[in-house]
Design a binder for this molecule. Structure first.
Ligand code: AMP
Length: 391
């Protein structure tokens, strides 16, 4: 249940509305790559424009660490946005200061002003209240539609609500609805698939999902640490020594729900062209390392996914960057796409795998937020959402 006010609950006609969007998109030589996050914000932007608002957009891009750095300018994103909407789009080369104030003051209903990167100021990530007030003063109303940054209490996501009441945009609402109903009120069986390099990044998620899901399937480097915790020699595989006790704890608590790979693809070097073979658990020879899940595991995981009513997937099953060891990840992507379950995918690598497979339209919901979606799976309340007005 989403219990926050949204843009539908407020009158925006004739108002200046500051919208925190997540325009943190990949840029190469000033050209926008994957535009999913920009398109994700369009329904809210268009709704506000169509209902008579002047729309001021703010976002961060990359990690400029509180300093002005043209490499992280939002100007190319503003240019790109011009191709997606028919309304006028202006750009202010500062998110505070004169150009922002003047741009906002002159903005008319039906027009868009894109502000420069909020992280060009140190105050953004420090949730500095002067900065937050500066942003809030530009507008009459505040909308947060930046799901990808909602797990951060920053000036433009949390601080600003101390000065202007905030409501949610459609993307934020949709993300929270899908992720929270999957975790809190899932159609069962509920199968979660977790991969990626390290257990330590996902301990909270694993623990929460072992409570909520019917099965938690583990892949990627994370599985190695569980095997090491069971006493297997993983040879040169990535094993997180400092997480062994946690892994033991999790194994003891969730053994009936936790599913580990039954076979794995190993290689004699960390290289796409290395010699490789498939072995069963406990058979990694000295000098070799696990780089993917094996075919039997793919079959096991695909079968479990095919009987699920809810599937959540986050994290690759192997070293997905090397084509020879990306097969497990792509097979899981296909299994998730083929299932009739409510399917939710989050995290950069899993989302990239489903998109590269051309199967994205077969998935119920692809999250625009990696870290934020993980915190939702962990059962946490996101500060950027908590700060919005209750219904
Ligand atoms: P994360 O950021 O935690 O989701 O982890 C993603 C990274 O995990 C990717 O860069 C993968 O290459 C890496 N990864 C997945 N499986 C393995 C593995 N078996 N050994 C080493 N790294 C892995």
């Amino acid at each position: 249940m989403f219990n926050k006010k949204t843009v539908r609950d407020i009158d925006v006609n004739g108002k200046k509305v500051l919208v925190r969007v997540d325009f943190n998109v990949p840029l190469k030589d000033g050209v926008v790559g994957d535009d999913t996050r920009i398109r994700g914000a369009l329904p809210t932007i268009q709704y506000l424009l169509d209902n008579g608002a002047a729309v001021i957009l703010c976002s961060h891009l990359g990690r400029p660490k509180g300093e002005v750095n043209p490499k992280y300018s939002l100007k190319p994103v503003a240019e790109y946005l011009k191709g997606l909407v028919s309304n006028p789009v202006y750009f202010a080369d500062d998110c505070l200061g004169e150009s922002a104030k003047e741009g906002a003051a002159n903005l008319k209903p039906g027009e868009i002003l894109v502000l420069e990167n909020t992280r060009f100021y140190k105050g953004e990530e420090k949730n500095d209240l002067d900065m937050a007030k500066g942003l809030a003063d530009l507008a009459d109303l505040y909308v947060n539609d930046a799901f990808g940054t909602a797990h951060r209490a920053h000036a433009s996501t949390e601080g600003v609500t101390h000065f202007k009441p905030g409501v949610a945009g459609f993307l934020l609402e949709k993300e929270i609805q899908y992720l929270s109903s999957a975790v809190e009120d899932p159609k069962r069986p509920f199968v979660a698939i977790l991969g990626g390099a390290k257990i330590s990044d996902k301990i909270g998620v694993i623990k929460n999902l072992l409570n909520k899901a019917d099965k938690v399937l583990i892949g990627g480097g994370m599985a190695n640490t569980f095997f090491a915790a069971q006493g297997y020699d993983m040879a040169d595989s990535l094993v997180q020594e400092e997480a062994l006790d946690t892994a033991k704890e999790i194994l003891a608590a969730g053994s009936d729900k936790l599913v580990l790979p039954v076979d794995m693809v190993i290689a004699n070097a960390f290289d796409n062209d290395a010699e490789k073979k498939t072995v069963e658990t406990g058979n990694v020879p000295a000098g070799w390392r696990v780089l993917d899940i094996g075919e039997k595991t793919v079959e096991l995981y695909s079968n479990l996914v095919s009987t699920a009513a809810t599937v959540v997937w986050n994290g690759p099953m192997g070293v997905f960057e090397m084509p020879e060891f990306a097969k497990g990840t792509f097979a899981v992507a296909k299994a998730v796409a083929d299932s009739n379950a409510i399917s939710i995918i989050g995290g950069g690598d899993s989302v990239a795998a489903i998109q590269e497979s051309g199967l994205a339209d077969k998935v119920t919901h692809i999250s625009t937020g990696g870290g934020a979606s993980l915190e939702m799976l962990e059962g946490l309340v996101l500060p950027g959402v908590a700060a919005l007005e209750d219904k």
